[in-house]
Write a protein that binds this ligand. Sequence first.
Ligand SMILES: NC(=O)C1=CN([C@@H]2O[C@H](COP(=O)(O)OP(=O)(O)OC[C@H]3O[C@@H](n4cnc5c(N)ncnc54)[C@H](O)[C@@H]3O)[C@@H](O)[C@H]2O)C=CC1
Ligand SMILES: O=C(O)[C@@H]1CCC=N1
Length: 283
Amino acid sequence: MDAPKISVIGPGAMGEAIIAGLLRDGLTPAQHVTASGPDVERVEELRSVYGVRPMTDNAAAVEGADVVILSVKPQRLERVLSGLCGKVPPQALVLSIVAGAALPSISERLQHKALVRAMPNTPAQIGEGITVWTASAAVSTEQHELARCILGALGSEIFVEEENYLDMATALSGSGPAYVFLFMEAMVDAGVHLGFPRRIAEQLVTQTVRGSADYFAGRKSHPAALRNEVTSPGGTSAAALYYLEKAGFRTAISRAIWAAYERSQELGKDKHRKSPENSAERD
Ligand SMILES: NC(=O)C1=CN([C@@H]2O[C@H](COP(=O)(O)OP(=O)(O)OC[C@H]3O[C@@H](n4cnc5c(N)ncnc54)[C@H](O)[C@@H]3O)[C@@H](O)[C@H]2O)C=CC1
Ligand SMILES: O=C(O)[C@@H]1CCC=N1
């Protein structure tokens, strides 16, 4: 295939991360990429930073596209799909990163068969994300490879056959950076409480998290074995771990991730898509 024409519908944080990744990896030139959303200033901003085509009309934005990427909020998806129904070129691949949105539902509303559902995460913005993705039966081998390249531009990618893994990935790795940042924020604040200047506390926490992640990835040991290496008998780590376990740290993580999994499943059901806080058409 020649350089693909890619239309990004929903030019927010993740839409921008995808555009940046596509261009960083040279998958297609900027003039083949369209960013479409209701906010003129936002699409103009993407034009000035990346050189992509700015549009405010989704239907016009997908004309002639080889790939249509859906990156709007779940609460906006219904409206976007009804606006695009019958407008997406029949040979195009539609790639959705919308949390909870299941392939059969997108297919029915869009009247389109070649679909990919993916769940990336925000480190995609620096090419260090991880994406779990699946594809409908109608996706051709060429489209499958193209999807792999697009998602690979965001970091690592894992293809799965079972769509239910997407809700699981949403809870674990999609939302995962939020848990990690909360943990880091709490550690930095604790460091400041001890008396460190914030800048030094941030440096200590950042490198501790980065180093621990790399060490775990490199050693392939069970995390408990690596934790035991740190934990001297009668020492400081044991004193701290006692409090974390007593506070139910492990159970809180497990319940939190289960709640995210359930929420992802709920978002896929129309009646749960709107909640009192999100029904006010925020953007
Ligand atoms: N933020 C995250 O960590 C992740 C988000 N996702 C999914 O990605 C999607 C986008 O999330 P974010 O980028 O964080 O949201 P965002 O709020 O930053 O971006 C959404 C964009 O869609 C635009 N938009 C609103 N209505 C539109 C319409 N009718 N047509 C076209 N564009 C429209 C908004 O103006 C905004 O630019 C969501 O469905 C979310 O579930 C997936 C993985 C990770
Ligand atoms: O919180 C959310 O709904 C999105 C999906 C994954 C990460 N953020």
